[in-house]
Design a protein. Structure first.
Length: 134
């Protein structure tokens, strides 16, 4: 699945300029931003593990992941807007990519930690080995 997403994004990266020049030539200045934006789908993929927060009733952890992504977006946006000559749309797309990736990776890391703690807490609740529950 991840490999398919990467392959799809790579195809899109190369096809977007051709499509825009052929069908939407008036929007050609946004081509580079669209190419960066297509990568956001790959960065979003690991966030699926954030669903575990709902199962465990820990939505506050999801908020932490979102805040980490927002902080990464804002920081990246400031750096790219003030310290580079990138067009505004490209800076926005690149910042969104970074923010999404940080949010997703934070979700994976905290999800793993929460599940590990949850499992350890419930390990003591298992019956002794060899005891059958009816």
């Amino acid at each position: 699945s991840a490999l398919c997403s990467v392959a799809f994004a790579a195809c899109c990266w190369f096809l977007i300029p051709l499509f825009v020049d052929l069908v939407l030539p008036a929007y050609s200045q946004g081509t580079q931003a669209a190419q960066w934006a297509v990568l956001t789908g790959i960065a979003l993929a690991p966030s699926v593990f954030g669903n575990i927060f709902n199962l465990l009733g820990r939505q506050g952890i999801y908020l932490i992941c979102s805040a980490a992504g927002l902080l990464a977006f804002a920081t990246c946006w400031w750096v790219l807007s003030n310290l580079t000559q990138n067009p505004v749309l490209v800076s926005a797309a690149q910042s969104m990519l970074v923010g999404t990736l940080i949010s997703s990776l934070t979700s994976v890391g905290l999800g793993w930690l929460i599940c590990k703690r949850h499992d350890a807490k419930h390990e003591n609740m298992l019956p002794p080995e060899g005891v059958r529950l009816s």
